[in-house]
Design a protein around this ligand. Sequence first.
Ligand code: PGA
Length: 255
Amino acid sequence: MRQPVVMGNWKLNGSKEMVKDLIEGLKNELNGVEGVDVAIAPPVMYLAQAEALLADSNIILGAQNVDVNAQGAFTGDISPAMLKEFGASHIIIGHSERREYHNESDEFVAKKFGFLKESGLTPVFCIGESEAQNEAGETEAVCARQVDAVINALGVEALEGAIIAYEPIWAIGTGKAATAEDAQRIHATIRAHIAEKNADVAAKVVIQYGGSVKPENAASYFAQPDIDGALVGGASLDAASFAAIAKAAAEAKKA
Ligand code: PGA
């Protein structure tokens, strides 16, 4: 059985005060909740503060990006070792916002994936199609291409212990979420695609849905057999909303 993972992607939001309030709120809301891995990815500026606040908590610390270099003349970049030193283990890579605004290619994202694995960190590997690709019926092909970039560079076994986040780009931050049935269909296709290479890896890999997940729609996703949690943007900035989503995952996957 796959343990669901619900992760909050805070994006470019935060202040010392907000980090403190949100993490304290989450610790209260999630006290005693079992059966779900809960992770948060604040901006890297706040990792040290978050690490200290989470010292007595099961909430997993993550980050939103990583570089492909270990050290040296790479202005503005952050290495896996640095993230690790501040207790961050689950690192988002390939988010559509980075692919779009920073021109990150499939190959570049695959490189990050390999570097995280090598460093003993967990990639939270985002894939997903644009609205135009969706309307052209290319969703499955786009997701397969993005997953293949990792499989071709690193072998299918690299997906072991990693997390895939299927996030249709048109659903991110728009309030226009994919239906649970559509998401399930794509998740099953992604899993089947991986199973062609290695059935065991496919059966074990966690595939999250992301894109306008809210407390109101969360349970409908988690009721689907191939949806193993969520990557949450907007709703992760509110402790009660994010905790409600995490609890819905724990509840749905209990059986
Ligand atoms: P959203 O963002 O929940 O605000 O749609 C999801 C994401 O970008 O990870």
